[in-house]
Design a protein around this ligand. Structure first.
Ligand code: FES
Length: 87
């Protein structure tokens, strides 16, 4: 999610990019994604239950709507994944 956003010029907030800092978590509003491995303590069971995700380690599996902080923005943006491309 973070990589795709950055490629599209959206300065989605992130830190390490490898799942170890937990600098920013986003929230899945709709759709399906796979959460790739990250430091386990970064997401509490309550956060998981509320659909929070480590966005740098989230791979979409369908069209998704997410909530994320964007650097330089004064409000939350929502975005929609409209296509998937296998790298
Ligand atoms: S940017 Fe560090 S865990 Fe995602």
């Amino acid at each position: 999610i973070v990589e795709a956003a950055l490629e599209q010029g959206v300065a989605i907030h992130h830190g390490c990019g490898n799942g170890s800092c937990g600098d920013y978590k986003g929230r899945i509003l709709s759709g399906e994604g796979v959460q790739l491995p990250f430091m386990p303590l970064l997401l509490t069971p309550e956060e998981r239950a509320h659909k929070q995700a480590i966005l740098c380690k989230l791979q979409p599996r369908s069209a998704m709507r997410i909530e994320a902080r964007v650097d330089g923005a004064t409000e939350l943006w929502t975005g929609t994944v409209i296509s998937l491309q296998r790298l």
